[in-house]
Design a protein around this ligand. Structure first.
Ligand code: NAG
Ligand code: NAG
Ligand code: NAG
Ligand code: NAG
Ligand code: NAG
Ligand code: NAG
Ligand code: NAG
Ligand code: NAG
Ligand code: NAG
Length: 779
């Protein structure tokens, strides 16, 4: 028992030892190290025999970094480790099995610490500043919560703390002595690690942001006098200041003086300038900008560069020309009253001494009537009744021999117009180019060269451009270029006005809105159409067309269509229009409905006739052949009213033995009309044969039956009776009888005069078929 226990303990011990020996692991786990520092990791590989190797983020590592201590321990030495985050694993070389792993993450320390002293009340700016604001940079890769603390060195007392990379210390109690250098560190702390920045020392006046200066501005004629008072801190030291006016900045380093001035020159007259100033002590940050002040510059006479120009219109029948004068405008922002006066003088000898009245003009243009002689126009501008500027321009006489440019060429390119011309033979000093799009507003520009580019043109407007050469103080004759558009673009608006559909085609009509001045000229139209999912089809027609029939469409399908007007300079599209093709051709439907109504009318009238006849028939029923008995035809003498009866010499030729159809009376004249009314039109031979239910006139063969009204019968009853009676057939005439038909009333009318009243009483309707006759005649 005891030995058993000892054995058990031994086994257990050995098992435990074996297990301990066979442990595999990598330590330490989940390390944080400062970026760029070194680290060592141990791989315990007791569970396997043989060598091991390392991987970093699954990439095998250089074996030189690995150091085998003994059979079960290998140390990996990492130098200057900069990976943000890395997974290191230890593998067995023999089995490739992962024996263990760990992660290493790095952190960095806060850097680039800067602190600024400033005043809470920017207007005061005296004594010790109240606020110390520090900020720094810190690379933080994880989303871990972090606490920053700014510590004063060497006491390591906390100045301020924050979770972001800046913090503000409000030193109302004067905790930090302002006059001596201050050293700080920033400590970054997370749950896993803590790191201090390098210490940073500040000289207080190098981190002092002074209060903005106080500003005073005076407007001079074309300049501004800017005056400011800087902060009184460190007034014995130099100071840098910046003056900002509109977009420009002037920089000035000031001597140790509290008040500084600067004159900003060459400014635009009558223009508002916004001015502000900021200053900084040497090495120190800039103060905030002072409050912005707006000043309007004044107009200085020396700034006014008056330039007068004119546009001479064609003379009227009296030789009087309208001359539109134009000049460089004085900005409307200028204060004061401006008066423009135009004076004209004639160059013609005998006109000398003639006084033209002065013309009081508007601010930018004036129209003067000038006769055919050469003139000079003078413009005088007064500012608050004081002479401000003067200029004059020459208007040549009609037909005066003067230089003139030739061969003017214009072209448009991306909204600008290029103009070029040939210089006149006479020497000229330059050219004046004026242009207008409406005759009211003129623009003008001088060029030294024989070309010019006109910018800032209105969109899609036709321009009239004139070039006039200049020489001495005179001008030559102007030459006008052909009107040119600033931009030629797409043609006007195209609109689909109507779509008429059939089953397989559609007529599309469109119109083109009256084209604007500078619209492109349509060369042709393309009509695009498609079903909802089908391919887009197109047809192109020339510019004269305004409609098209789209063919080969699918019936009962929705189509969309639009028209594109194509000009050489662009295209315009109409809006899209949808239409549905019809299920059937509307013509077919019309035809069908017309036929249908005809058929209906026919059927109705037929039905009406039938009804009428049926009614009559009902009143006078047809004898039932089943009730009759076969007997020999009675002899002629037995019949009543046979006195008028005359047998035909050739009965087979007789018209009246033919069978009449209802419609057949119109066809042709009968081949024989013996004994019949010549007005009566018998049926044609062909039609006769198809007539099955037919009517022939006949004598009353069964005397007991009432007599049918005569109106319905055509030939004389006696003739039919003769036919029937001449055939002594034992067969009953009813054997194929099928129906009763009433002859047309017209027939009865035509026939009526033929029949004496006595005979009419004796006529009767007999139902026969063709084959019945054939049989009878064949005999
Ligand atoms: C191997 O070295 C480690 C560390 O030096 C030690 O703890 C361990 O006992 C050694 N193992 C053997 C089997 O020598
Ligand atoms: C950060 O500071 C707050 C108090 O401001 C504290 O409660 C928290 O534990 C700190 N966190 C760390 C990681 O030091
Ligand atoms: C304070 O710092 C400035 C520059 O940072 C240095 O020139 C000066 O000697 C320092 N003063 C003291 C008292 O350390
Ligand atoms: C106009 O400007 C000129 C020079 O630019 C200057 O000499 C003159 O004094 C100015 N006139 C006025 C009224 O300010
Ligand atoms: C001329 O300009 C002044 C302002 O400079 C303005 O008051 C006046 O109405 C203008 N006159 C005309 C005719 O436009
Ligand atoms: C521009 O020139 C055209 C002829 O090219 C003329 O018909 C039109 O009247 C002119 N327009 C103006 C404003 O001068
Ligand atoms: C205009 O003329 C000048 C001088 O002849 C030349 O240098 C320039 O290229 C010309 N510009 C155009 C657009 O033709
Ligand atoms: C018009 O259709 C034809 C094919 O029918 C195609 O080749 C052509 O590109 C189309 N035109 C346009 C402008 O889409
Ligand atoms: C459309 O206009 C262009 C340009 O004028 C021409 O070349 C082309 O033949 C025209 N197409 C049709 C189908 O008329």
């Amino acid at each position: 028992m005891c030995s058993f226990l000892v054995l058990f303990i031994l086994i257990a011990t050995s098992v435990c030892e074996g297990q301990h020996d066979k442990t595999c692991n990598v330590v330490p786990k989940d390390q944080y190290i400062e970026v760029g520092s070194d680290a060592e990791i141990v791989c315990q590989s007791s569970c396997v025999r043989g060598k091991i190797f390392w991987t970093l983020n699954n990439v095998p590592m250089d074996t030189s970094l690995s150091n085998t201590i003994n059979s079960s321990h290998t140390v990996l030495s990492l130098r200057n480790f900069t990976h943000r985050s890395a997974t290191l694993q230890c593998h067995s070389v023999d089995t490739q099995q992962v024996l263990g792993g760990t992660t290493i993450r790095t952190y960095s320390k806060p850097s680039k610490i800067s602190c600024i002293w400033e005043y809470i009340n920017q207007d005061m700016g005296k004594g010790v500043p109240e606020i110390l604001t520090c900020s720094w940079e810190h690379q933080m890769n994880s989303s871990m919560k972090i606490n920053y603390t700014v510590l004063s060195v060497p006491s390591l007392s906390e100045i301020c703390s924050s979770h972001v990379k800046t913090c503000i210390f409000t030193d109302t109690a004067g905790k930090i002595p302002f006059v001596v250098n201050t050293t700080v560190i920033v400590r970054a702390k997370t749950a896993a690690w803590e790191v201090n920045s390098d210490p940073q020392t500040f000289y207080p006046y190098h981190i002092l942001k002074i209060t903005p200066p106080k500003l005073n501005i005076t407007a001079l004629s074309n300049a501004l006098l800017v005056e400011w008072t800087r902060s009184s801190i460190k007034k014995s030291e130099k100071c840098h200041c910046e003056v900002r006016y509109n977009k420009w900045v002037l920089r000035k380093t000031l001597d140790p003086e509290p008040i500084s001035t600067i004159i900003i020159e060459k400014l635009e007259p009558c223009t508002n300038y916004k001015i502000s100033v900021r200053c900084a002590l040497d090495h120190a940050p800039w103060s905030d900008w002072s409050q912005e002040k707006t000043v309007l510059t004044k107009l200085n006479k020396s700034d006014v560069k008056l330039r007068l120009w004119r546009q001479v219109a064609k003379p009227d029948k009296n030789g009087v020309r309208q001359v539109r004068t134009m000049w460089t405008e004085i900005p409307s922002t200028c204060q004061g009253t401006f008066t423009h006066i135009v004076k004209q003088t004639s160059y013609k000898e005998h006109m000398r001494g003639v006084n033209y009245a002065d013309i009081l003009c508007g601010n930018s243009t004036c129209v003067v009537d000038v006769n055919q002689d050469a003139h000079r126009l003078n413009l005088t501008v007064f500012h608050n009744e004081a002479l401000l500027a003067e200029d004059s321009v020459y208007v040549p006489a009609i037909g005066e021999s003067l230089p003139q440019v030739t061969d003017m060429q214009t072209s448009t390119l991306d909204g600008v117009i290029l103009v070029s011309w040939k210089a006149p033979v006479q020497p000229v000093s330059g050219y004046m180019i004026d242009w207008t799009h409406n005759g009211n507003q003129y623009y003008w520009k001088e060029s030294k060269y024989t070309n010019i580019t006109l910018f800032d043109l209105l969109y899609k407007k036709p321009y009239n451009i004139t070039v006039t050469p200049l020489f001495d103080d005179k001008t030559g004759h102007g030459t006008e270029a052909l009107q040119i558009c600033s931009r030629m673009e797409d043609p006007g608006n195209v609109t689909i006005i109507d779509v008429q559909t059939k089953d397989k085609s559609a007529l599309v009509r469109w119109n083109m809105k009256s084209q604007e001045e500078c619209s492109g000229v349509v060369v042709n139209y393309t009509i695009f159409y498609m079903t909802q999912n089908g391919p887009q089809l197109n047809v192109t027609v020339d510019h004269t067309k305004r409609e098209i029939t789209l063919k080969d469409l699918n019936p009962k399908t929705q189509y969309s269509v639009y028209v594109e007007a194509i000009a050489l300079t662009g295209t315009t599209k109409s809006s899209e229009r949808h239409f549905n093709t019809k299920k059937f051709d509307p013509m077919l439907i019309t035809a069908l409905s017309v036929c249908g109504s005809i058929v209906i009318v026919l059927v109705l009238s037929l039905g009406l006739c039938c009804a009428v006849q049926w009614k009559k028939f009902k009143e006078k029923p047809v004898p039932n052949p089943g009730l009759s008995s076969v007997a020999l035809w009675p002899s002629a003498s037995h019949q009543k009213g046979t006195s008028s009866f005359q047998p035909f010499s050739n009965p087979s030729e007789s018209l009246c033995e033919r069978v009449y159809m209802e419609d057949d009376q119109r066809t042709s004249t009968p081949p024989l009309a013996i004994g019949c009314d010549p007005h009566l039109n018998p049926a044609s031979d062909q039609k006769e044969e198809y007539a099955d239910p037919a009517i022939i006139p006949a004598a009353d063969i069964q005397n007991e039956r009432p007599v049918e009204p005569v109106e319905t019968l055509c030939p004389s009853p006696g003739e039919s009776t003769a036919l029937l009676s001449s055939d002594n057939s034992p067969l009953t005439p009813y054997r194929s009888q099928s129906s009763v038909e009433a002859p047309a009333p017209r027939t009865s009318k035509q026939c009526k005069p033929l029949l004496p009243e006595k005979q009419q009483e004796k006529t009767v309707t007999v139902y026969v078929t063709l084959d019945m006759f054939e049989q009878g005649q064949g005999r």
